[in-house]
Design a protein around this ligand. Sequence first.
Ligand SMILES: NC(=O)c1ccc[n+]([C@@H]2O[C@H](COP(=O)([O-])OP(=O)(O)OC[C@H]3O[C@@H](n4cnc5c(N)ncnc54)[C@H](O)[C@@H]3O)[C@@H](O)[C@H]2O)c1
Length: 324
Amino acid sequence: MTDKSAIQALCAGRPVAVVGAGLVGAGWAIVFARAGIDVKMFDANPDITARAVPLIEAQLAGLHRYGLIDEAPAAVLARITPVATLAEAVEGAAYVQESVLERVDVKRQLMVELDALVSSDTVIGSSTSGIPGSAFALGLSISPRVLIAHPVNPPYLVPVVELVPSPETAARTTEFADALMLAAGQTVVHVRKEAEGFVLNRLQAVLLREAWALVQDGVASCEDVDKTIRDGLGWRWSFMGPFETIDLNAPGGVADYAVRLGPLYQRIAQSRQHDGPWDADLIRQVESQRREHLSHADLEARRAWRDERLMQFAASRQSRESQA
Ligand SMILES: NC(=O)c1ccc[n+]([C@@H]2O[C@H](COP(=O)([O-])OP(=O)(O)OC[C@H]3O[C@@H](n4cnc5c(N)ncnc54)[C@H](O)[C@@H]3O)[C@@H](O)[C@H]2O)c1
């Protein structure tokens, strides 16, 4: 749920800039606009900005259909202004959310440009999936006001945001981002130390590494690995984490679980060396298995299907939480 009075206190009517309007940037524009903030949206490729607007319009219509926004979609859309330059985007902005390509050089170059453009109190969050701020945000006058604000795609439907300060990030920057994200309806995870991949993608990395290995070893097909999560582990994970899961899965709680099943997990860990690259032949094999289920041409339609399912899920979760 968004808290528009908290937003007002934080931003004082100043806009937010979204820099990079691809999959993630367009989603961020919705997060801020539905919270009542004016958003300036910029992408280095004007075609992407032009494509983002109808996409956002369709996503807002879906949110409205599921009761996930309390205003007409047009009213939220009216707060999002596509702009042609970075300077226009960040002028007077209280906060900048960068969502440009996942490359250190691209992110560093953007930080240098922002250093010359933003107001002296603008806070800057980076959507990077796993690059610590130390790799691209140090040694500039903005550095105390830069931190990682890593979302899950699409950020307007999946609430978690990892906040990761660099060694140069000021405490008040993290406090501002924490308050802004909460007021915008997101859930905040504070990552206390810089670690490549933060928490979310480190967890995902382990799961994906084993998923690739199970297919490579012929233990299961790609579809059966997906089914194991979709119709198995994922059911609980939609409302509880792995520690709570195992705490409930032994009569005496987590310590009892460790006694009963710890040795099994240790043997599994010992059976794997998880430090190799994702194998090219294996990628081809999984690509071919996936394409049997979904053609390239259907990827975009399937993304829309996924978002629709997430909207149904968000609506049912919202109604359960309001009854609790
Ligand atoms: N896709 C995901 O699931 C996901 C999830 C969380 C975080 N992220 C992170 O979000 C960021 C964006 O990822 P994405 O999936 O939206 O990629 P994307 O390719 O869809 O969008 C990136 C956009 O950045 C634009 N761009 C590049 N340089 C720019 C610049 N200097 N100024 C303005 N725009 C510029 C590109 O034109 C492109 O439209 C990455 O850091 C990514 O790791 C992605």
